[in-house]
Design a protein around this ligand. Structure first.
Ligand code: F6R
Ligand code: MG
Ligand code: MG
Length: 373
């Protein structure tokens, strides 16, 4: 049996400092302590804790497979402990994404976001993880489409014979809770027909078509559907495998040369421009945004994150680069344009999405004052 490695990225808003801004150090420390213990106990082999805005992110490498109850329990207990600390410090929104109380084996559907990928390691396996704050999973539809299906973005689709045959996309219909697989290039137009509707359809998995090699997974939870009301945006994560017959790291990053609009931002109720940033700038400020995205690169080596001589995982902060200054500038220019529109659509989301927000209570109060015209 070939050795199998699993990359699990599980995240949760457990409470934050000064509103929905950042996860403060004491909560990060709890996560690091728990994952270090799990490493000493050989449950996981390697980990990296970080935050993007108010979301605490647990990146774990192990050999237990996807949806493993012990791994999910480790994440759940860590989020609970961090939420308790947030409560004790009276931080804001303590335990915000912990929507269920009793853990029963799988953290999916309980509030936290999950992306997991089990792989057979290649000679060398470069990975990129994406993590965003103040937006929803549909925010990845455009870049993932461009990375794996757009030959104007990914030169390898044209130049590399190993990519001939294209990629297969699993798309979730989050409204009906159904999924479908479409293959590109043959079904590219149909794929766009679905995933252009970013609030409903979301890419959950991508495989290389010629050998079904798994190459991308995304978290596709809709918190509002679990909770039945607005409880913060989903703030999605994704894991993407790179190079050697897959899109190069630079092709994975190329869609972020320009900003584009995503749903989320203030009160999860607006279209906002995505801003690719370094970890140090992964904090939402202006109008609770603009929505931020981080890309981290690492190598998976013998079921671990490749480490330096001192055993420290080597993580590349990929958007920590002036090459993304244009996107950041575009994000601010678009932010300025949208904020000039205030609460008028299309700056604010359309009525279907606003149904899940507190706006509904305001509209309900006005209902009885309407008279036949
Ligand atoms: C968006 C987000 C924030 C809050 C906003 C109001 O995902 O978390 O924009 O929605 O700060 O927060 P509350 O209602 O907690 O005062
Ligand atoms: Mg929050
Ligand atoms: Mg968040």
């Amino acid at each position: 049996m070939p050795r199998k490695t699993t990359i699990s990225l599980i995240k949760c808003d457990v409470g934050s400092l000064a509103g929905h801004h950042v996860v403060p150090k004491p909560l990060i420390t709890i996560a690091e302590k728990n994952l270090e213990t799990a490493k000493e106990d050989s449950l996981i082999n390697s980990y990296y804790v970080f935050n993007v805005g108010d979301d605490l992110q647990l990146l774990m490498i192990h050999e237990k497979g996807e949806s493993n109850p012990d791994i999910h329990k480790l994440a759940w207990n860590t989020f609970k402990e961090a939420a308790n600390k947030a409560l004790e410090l009276k931080l804001y929104g303590a335990g915000q994404d912990l929507l269920k109380t009793a853990f029963s084996g799988n953290i999916r559907g309980m509030g936290p976001g999950v992306a997991e990928m089990e792989i057979e390691e290649r000679g060398s396996d470069p990975m990129v993880v994406l993590a965003a704050d103040k937006t929803s999973a549909g925010a990845y539809n455009l870049p993932i489409f461009r990375i794996f299906a757009d030959p104007m973005n990914t030169a390898g689709l044209v130049i590399d014979p190993n990519m001939a045959g294209g990629f297969k996309f699993e798309v979730m219909d989050t409204q009906e809770n159904e999924k479908v697989v479409l293959k590109c290039p043959e079904e590219m137009y149909e794929l766009i027909a679905l995933i252009g509707t970013v609030q409903r359809y979301m890419i959950s998995r991508v495989w290389r078509a010629r050998d079904d090699l798994i190459c991308a997974v995304g978290s596709v939870t809709r918190l509002s559907q679990i909770a039945g009301k607005y409880v913060g945006k989903d703030d999605p994560v994704a894991i993407i495998r790179a190079q050697h017959g897959l899109p190069a790291v630079g092709e994975i990053l190329a869609p972020f040369m320009h900003s584009y609009l995503v749903e989320g931002w203030m009160r999860g109720s607006h279209w906002g421009p995505i801003m690719p940033v370094a970890l140090k700038d992964a904090k939402c400020t202006l109008f609770d945004g603009p929505p931020r995205i981080v890309a981290l690169g690492f190598q998976v080596t013998n079921s671990k994150i490749a480490c330096d001589d001192y055993g420290k995982p080597m993580i590349a902060d990929l958007f920590d680069d002036p090459a993304f200054a244009l996107a950041r500038r575009e994000a601010l220019e678009n932010a300025s344009m949208l904020r000039h529109m205030g609460e008028f659509e299309p700056a604010r989301l359309g009525p279907e999405e606003m149904e899940y927000t507190t706006l509904q209570q305001i509209l309900d109060k006005l209902k009885e004052r309407f008279k036949p015209a």
